[in-house]
Write a protein that binds this ligand. Sequence first.
Ligand SMILES: [Cu+2]
Length: 148
Amino acid sequence: MRKIILFILLIFFVLVISGCSSPKEPETQEQVVEPVVEKKGDEKGASIGGDNAQITIKNGKFVPAEIRVKLGTTVTWTNEDTVPRWPASAVHPSHAAYPESGGCIGSTFDACKKLLLGEKYSFIFNQKGTWEYHDHLAASIKGKIIVD
Ligand SMILES: [Cu+2]
């Protein structure tokens, strides 16, 4: 009788121990999912939503040449031309149309340097309005940012 009780206790402990030491599922790490900002615009100057907008400079043009963005949007220009480009606020050569003083010539909206092939310049638009700009190195190349 005592052996049976010991046997039952032994089985009980074996079950308890095996239950405690059973391999656990590896904890899955929380995945951080970056919010995807959808762009609702196209290259014809339609409204672009979100906090970022991209403009490429290629074949001597700003593409798109005109965009509409929300206040506070960061606009980034990328030079895809082999010649240097220099986005800056109208009006050449004062660059003072954008109403924030500072920068290197007449306003803060100024790359203040030549962008070589592949280089980028970003600017946050914190003023509502229609802001024309140009390539300071070839002032006939123009674009427009409309900030609502
Ligand atoms: Cu200029």
